[in-house]
Design a protein around this ligand. Structure first.
Ligand code: ADP
Ligand code: MG
Length: 445
């Protein structure tokens, strides 16, 4: 089994053991970075997540690994920004991955998000075709390519696929999340290396920026991006942008950016139909060498309608289970696995949002209705910011849902509060400890 598949099987197992909220918070976005000296090096997005996993989950993860690999194996967590899924331009240099343990482990750390393994259907056809076209030949006439659609529908997958295709052609490519762009810009300004930053991004052949909804409210990043787009455009090179929000909802980014995006090619990815879901399930199962009967495929496709991540999650479950039990996947097993995935989904956001608000209120000694009130008393604003962040990250609520839940605030206030909470998490130990307790409390149910 490839090391990457092993890690996915571990995630499948852990997803069965933990509550969905907990799994989503701590592990869903983890990536296997390397496998060396019998250690699975796993990348996560922040120091906060890394510390939490290292402190509280390591033993469980290692036990699960032993169950799957059949021998003692260690895990180590490192901070590894999602924006650089393949890693060659990252500052972290990992040694070549050499297989040193079980010969059945293929230790390639290559990400598997390519244009070839992206399953297309009517809902994503145009986005897929446009991505493929760029990876074959840059298309400055339709630059920027702007791909938008809900979470988990394959935007990052397409961007990674374009990156791989263009890398192979020898182009100079940069792919990063909007958040990383902003962070790098801020630190370039602080260290007086702004011109290096500008050169790097303005002079490349292909620039892919993911999750640009993050730029809302970030004036200098937007300005910088506009200049970058102009320079790349003037050199007949390519820009690709992706966002969870449509252009209409991104109007806060300002006319200068939005008009440039409109001048390029705007494509939407929508939720996959049953037929596309079936194709995706078959494709994911075959990447695990997992046999699924048509009955099981139809059942899963009908039961899991939300997004492709859910389909992947269930295939991870089933593949881990089939391997551990040495049994083919029965309809009953499929039913159990989907109950697990969709059961949690069904209970959110209404159930879990209430639960999150209660847990935050308890931890901060205030009442849920105070948290949901319009009052801006200081003792309420900080816990409210945490509640907003948790609602967003663990219950998957939208910013406007969050705003209306917590005192009829608008989505801009909700976004601002989430950002404040993120800053506090990284800078204030006391706040982090409280957040940790709240998350534990949420996950006990
Ligand atoms: P987004 O960036 O839109 O939130 P991702 O690109 O991260 O979504 O996709 C979530 C997961 O689903 C990824 O593991 C991705 O490989 C997979 N996925 C999404 N769409 C497809 C598809 N059409 N074919 C194959 N895998 C897909
Ligand atoms: Mg994404």
């Amino acid at each position: 089994m490839k090391a990457e598949q092993t890690w996915r099987a571990v995630l499948g197992e852990l997803e069965m053991q933990m509550s969905q909220a907990s799994f989503n918070t701590w592990l869903r976005d983890s990536k296997l970075i390397a496998f060396e000296d019998n250690v699975f090096v796993v990348g996560v997005e922040s120091g906060f997540i890394k510390d939490w996993l290292q402190g509280r989950m390591r033993n469980t993860v290692e036990r699960t690994l032993v169950g799957i690999v059949g021998q003692e194996t260690e895990v180590s967590f490192v901070v590894w920004p999602e924006s650089d899924p393949i890693g060659p331009s990252s500052k972290i240099v990992l040694p070549d991955i050499v297989e040193k343990t079980s010969p059945s482990l293929d230790v390639s750390s290559k990400r598997t998000m390519t244009l070839e393994n992206f399953v297309s259907g009517p809902e994503n056809l145009l986005a897929h075709a446009a991505s493929q076209a760029i990876s074959e030949q840059l298309n400055p006439a339709q630059s920027p390519l702007f791909i938008y659609g809900d979470v988990g529908l394959g935007k990052t997958h397409l961007l990674s696929g374009i990156k791989k295709g263009c890398d192979t052609k020898g182009f100079q490519v940069h792919m990063l999340a909007a958040e990383a762009f902003t962070n790098e810009l801020i630190s370039a300004i602080k260290t007086g290396s702004g011109s290096l930053f500008r050169d790097k991004y303005r002079s490349c052949d292909v620039l892919l920026v993911d999750d640009i909804q993050f730029f809302l409210g970030k004036k200098s990043s937007v300005e910088e991006l506009v200049h970058t787009i102009d320079q790349i455009h003037a050199r007949n090179r390519q820009i690709v942008l992706a966002s969870n929000l449509s252009l209409k909802s991104l109007s806060g980014l300002g006319r200068s950016l939005c008009s440039r995006i409109e001048a390029g090619l705007v494509v939407q990815i929508s939720k996959p139909s049953t037929e596309t879901r079936k194709k995706i399930l078959r494709s994911k199962a075959s990447s695990f060498s997992l046999d699924l009967s048509e009955d099981v495929v139809s059942y899963l496709a009908e039961s899991l309608q939300s997004n492709v991540r859910a389909l992947e999650g269930v295939i991870n479950h089933l593949s881990a289970r089939a391997r551990l039990l040495g049994q083919p996947v029965s309809l009953t097993a499929a039913r159990q696995a989907t109950e697990h995935v969709s059961g949690h989904k069904a209970s959110s956001p209404s159930m879990s949002s209430e639960h999150i608000i209660e847990a935050v209120a308890t931890e901060f000694n205030v009442t849920p209705s105070e948290l949901c009130s319009k009052s801006r008393a200081r003792r309420l604003t900080v816990p409210r910011q945490l509640a907003m962040l948790l609602l967003k990250d663990t219950a998957g609520c939208s910013l406007s849902q969050i705003g209306s839940l917590l005192g009829g605030r608008d989505h801009t206030t909700a976004r601002y509060s989430c950002e404040k909470a993120r800053v506090l998490l990284s800078s204030d130990d006391g706040f982090r400890a409280k957040a940790d307790e709240v998350i534990l409390a949420i996950n006990k149910v």
